[in-house]
Design a binder for this molecule. Sequence first.
Ligand code: ADP
Ligand code: MG
Length: 750
Amino acid sequence: MLVLKDIIKDYPVGDRQFRALNKVNMELHKGEFVAILGPSGCGKTTTLNIVGGLDRYTSGDLIINGTSTRDFKEKDWDAYRNNSIGFVFQSYNLINHLSVLDNVELGMTLSGVAPKERKERAIKVLKRVGLENQIHKSPTKLSGGEKQRVAIARALLNDPDIILADEPTGALDSSTAHEILNLIKEVGKDKLIIMVTHARMYADEYASRTIELKDGEIVHDTGSTVEADKNEGYEPNKTAMNFWTALKLSFNNLRTKKFRTTITALASSIGIIGVGLVLSISNGFSRQLDEVEQDQLVGLPILIGREEMQIGFDRAGATSYIPEGAEENEIVVYDPDMAVHTNLFTENFLNHLALLNEDVYTNMHFEYGYTPTLITERDGVPEIVELQDLGFSTFIVPEEELGEYYTVKAGTLPQNQYEVVLQMDEWNVVEKEVIEALGYDSTETLYYEDVLGKELYVALNDDLYIEQGGIFLPNYGELETVADNGVTVTIVGLVEATGDTVQYSNGGIKYLYELKTTLLQANAGSTICTTQLNSDTSIFDLTNVTEEQKEMLLSFLGCNTSNPFLIQIYTDSVEHKEAIKNHIAVYNEGKDVDDKIFETDLAEAIGETLGTLITSVSVVLTAFASISLVVSSVMIGVIIYISVLERTKEIGIIRSLGGRKKDISRVFNAESVIIGAFAGLLGIAITFVLTFPINSIAVNYDESLANVAQVNVLHLILLVIASTILTFIGGFIPSRIAAKKDPVEALRVD
Ligand code: ADP
Ligand code: MG
């Protein structure tokens, strides 16, 4: 069934060739027990390896059942070893991290036999060699004779036609050697057994035929004792290891190196932890930001000013301002007016705004540019107040919910338009100008009770302005009377801005919007208003004024109650805010840009700025943390390479059982995948645990940071996948190196 025809085997030694076999010819048949004898180095193992398909002949031919192997491909040889050959080695060559049963099953695992059948078959052959009670043991716990029995069982598993034994008794004492030889002879009755031995005694006792080699040549052959069998051609079944088997092999191997595997995984998890933490902190931040936008910033009104800045035309974002058609060497003229869009508050628009669903907003305030004149008393003497200094303004949050944004330190919140409050910060700090503007000496100590009850007087036009020769002049000479006749407002409370929103506003005197309405009504019919309305000259100096200048004068005096220059719409939820913007968008539909109305959503602008900031910071940090991912990838490569060196013998064993090169790289890829997944899981577990101390440290700095680190499950899953992929890449090259190892060399390693 086997014919060796003029087999020559040359080994390259330096730049010469060493001829290990020189024209070896034999014809071997089923049922023979052939002993190959000869001194050390004569070519016995080489012959066996060539017959077994582990090594390739240089020239000649090996004919199996009449089929020449000259055109055999790698996969044909793999299949041949798996189907037809059972190897038994002097040093047993068992895989120590697999159980006896798994060792025996390996050959069938490679040919893809179902687990149940595999196991049954393995137990059957183990019974045959008398080891049925040891199947779950590790090979390391067995005696030499027992190990060789396991090896014989493994060789028998696929019921091969040929058993090749290379000095199977070389490491055994003589009584065990006899047992093993008896076993080989018994199990190989109807097979071809080729056994290398250097003990003529064993050859004489057990073999049916003896071939003697010397210096790579046959010097004696006792000849065949059996009839030649029929040659029916040869077509072995192909082998393939599935990935689960590779995983199992590598998983068991890693179990024997628990400490090293854990340390490796821990080291390569550091990158994962870094990226994981950056992601969870940025995640926590953006969630917090959303909440702030919901809870706090939503109080900020939507602003529709007469003049709105246009994003993208702003000089601050000048990189995006490239005028169309400008040439490369052209000097671009920038006109700041281009950045400003003028909202036309036409009758049409104001009517449209009036139709806004009342459910979606809490308040709508109109500013007409009225600048009231305020009078205070300093040491009993009336004096004009600088409004700017006083921070005299309306609240920028919904007036119905002032309690949510302000903490009252003394007195109360305003109940009507004649009551105002002084806004301070949490340490009672008030700016010097405010104190001075109120009429106090800022160098003297001031207490709550000094300010509570303090009165301010808003002058009315008819009292303040007196006509003299066609022009109007402020009646500063009789300020006391002006103050007495004016509208009195009283400071009823000292408040601290506690809501995040109002912290953006300045301190000073805050009043209810209603006060403005009251004052506008009181001034609307004043003499100065009607005079100015009907004149084309300024009522202050009789100079000619344009329509625009006249408009400004009327606004300043509080005579304008129809053409607002700022509209503020307050609302209570992000959804309602959207509804308001939609309402404006409906108005804009189909209009020219010049006729459109642009609004500003401060809350969104603040949120967007912070959001962009967080995103860019996270990107930079993630990039840094990713460097350690690359480092771990390289480290995994080194570790897998070390593993390849350690498992070289295993590579040889798998190849001798018919494993393909592909199967070998699969085994090591499996190893890196296991380490990568383990590192990933370890990394995300540590990330999760670390979020707790991070949050508890952060909360000490600011209570709103209580949940600054929040893991996102999707991020975690992606990180495990990333870790697995990166280690797979890291282990790829060493796995290829492993696959390319020469099986004969690999088996020779101790
Ligand atoms: P043995 O009969 O002792 O089993 P081998 O078949 O192992 O002998 O070796 C036959 C000869 O070939 C020896 O001289 C050995 O040194 C040589 N040889 C075996 N393998 C190689 C190799 N890979 N490279 C060079 N020489 C080799
Ligand atoms: Mg040898």
